[in-house]
Structure formats: C-alpha cells, structure tokens
Ligand binder design. Sequence first.
Ligand code: SF4
Length: 336
Amino acid sequence: MNLYVHFPFCRRKCTYCALHSRAGSSPSDRAEHVRRLAECMAKIGEPLTTIYFGGGSPGLCDLSPLFDALRPVTAQDAEFTVELHPLDVTPELMRSLKAGGVNRISMGVQSLDDGILSAMGRGYSFAEAERAFAIVREHFDNVGIDLIVGYPGETAALTPRHARLAKWGLSHCSAYSLILEQGTALAALERHGRISLPDDDTVLNRIAILSRFLADIGLERYEISNYAIPGRECRHNLSVWRGEDYIGLGEGAMGRIGLARTRDGEVTEQVTPEFDVKERTLFRLRTRDGLDATRFPHWRHRLDGFVAEGLLSGEFPIYRLTERGTEVCDSILSEL
Ligand code: SF4
C-alpha cells in the first residue's frame, strides 16, 4: 500500500500557489494536526511500500510522533519521501528525518533567479537554496528539486546558474509549467495588468531546453513533468500513476482504495468498476510505460488517429506519448 500525507502549513503563501495550504499556523495547530494524523496512522493494517509527506511544508511540524506511528507498518525497503522548503533545512532536521526512516527528499527550489524567487514570495535566494541543498545532500543521497517554468520575468530557459545546478548531484527534478490559478496573488496581478505571462510556445520551448539540460546531467524524463537518474524515479508517484491504491491522510488529501475515493481518510465516493478501470488505465499514459488499451478496444481508432497526428507512438494495445504528445496529454485524455 502507498500512503500520502498532507501538511497544510506554510511559512507564507507563495504568489502562484492554489494548493490547500495556509500561512500563519500556530505551534498548537500543527501539533494537533500531527496528533490526528498519528491516530489515523495507527489504524493502517497493511505494509506501506511508499510513504510521501507533502504540503505545504512538512518541515514546519514535529514529525517524530508520525515516525513512531509508521514504524510498525513500514515495509523494509519502503521509499519514504519528505518535501522540504529550503528555509526549513537544518542539520538537526536532517538527522531527525533520517532517524525516522526517511530516505528521499524533494526540495521546492522553484527558480534559480533571485528576482523571480522574490516575486514568488519564496523568502530565500538561489545561494540560500544552494546551501540548503548541500546540507540535505550531506545526509541523503536520493534528493530532488521542483522547478517552475514560465514565471513572469523569466528571460531565458537556461542561465549560468544551471551550470551550478549541474554540480548539485540531483537524483530527480520535477519541472512544472506555471498555471495561473484563480484566487492567487499572481492571478490578481495579471488581472490588473501588472504582469504578463509568457505565451504557450515560449513555455514549451523553455521546457524542451530544460529537458535537454536535465538529460545532459543524466536525468531522463519518465513522466510528463518528472526527470530522474535511472533507478531514482519517485516510486510513490509512479505507483499512483500506474493505478495502484493509495491512502491519503491530512486536510484535503485524496485517496483511492478499490472502488472507494477518499478525502482525508474518509470515503467520499464509490465509483463503478468501469470508471475505476478507465481511470487507472488513463493515468499510465502520463508515464513512459504508456497506456495499455487491451480492455478498451473501442479506443483503438482514436488512439491510432493520435499516432497518425504524431502525438502518440506505438500500436494497439500499447501507446506512449511522443515529445509533442507530452505537451497536449490532457486533451488526449479528455477524448478517451
Ligand atoms: S508553493 Fe508550497 S510553500 Fe508555497 S504556499 Fe504553496 S504549498 Fe506553501
């Protein structure tokens, strides 16, 4: 079984972020959240092969009660990831994560440009992120970062700082194109004409250049937005994309167990077996495994059409996204 745990606390709200997270929590809010999570974890009855603490910023909470709760149900070779904000990184935190069984870190760097980091409201400079990463890397060998491409003000896909990034020893990188989410500070700036976003072609071109840079430093693209040194792919995310069940705990966290769909551990919906199989099948198209349409022979004509358009490769029943298809995956999925 796979477990995702959500921590909805942040130091402050980043301008672009529409995730379920909030700034200004008190230590007692956070301790209460951890207490409730530990209670739910005590009810998990099967071995966990992947665990992912995401957010928000899990590093703002004292995670030790959760490590105690998970120890009895964590499989021996489980992947245990914690997302970290660079400002939360200290040698003490690294030691406590390691002692708690964590073996993979994902750090949200988001940009290598100090002006953009400041505009995003991230609260650190590139040099500070670099120092934080070095501390993480002293304690963990499986460490990745997140980057956002297409933030207003970005002037080039690659800068001299990418040459520095090449020396960090990254195992993994998630590179997302910026999505302007309603209700965010960034959307308000755009509405008032204070910023303008790069057009789609510019963003796609920057992603393509970043992909080549990542390939040059040994990170292969294994999902639309994810790159890894071979063998360092995020097992948790791959399990979800490959259609496995997962438990989701913490405010707003979704889960999938058989036909049940859950939110914060509570069942919110029972889907039909047909819907379930379709959902699990479609997810795989995001990965380099590709989609297996064996159970959906009526998709064949449409899928072969996408092959003719150069958006997919392969033949019935296995199809994979091409480079161009990667850019329009959501529209392909919406037609199936
Ligand atoms: S991007 Fe991350 S750190 Fe920033 S507000 Fe959203 S969840 Fe919090």
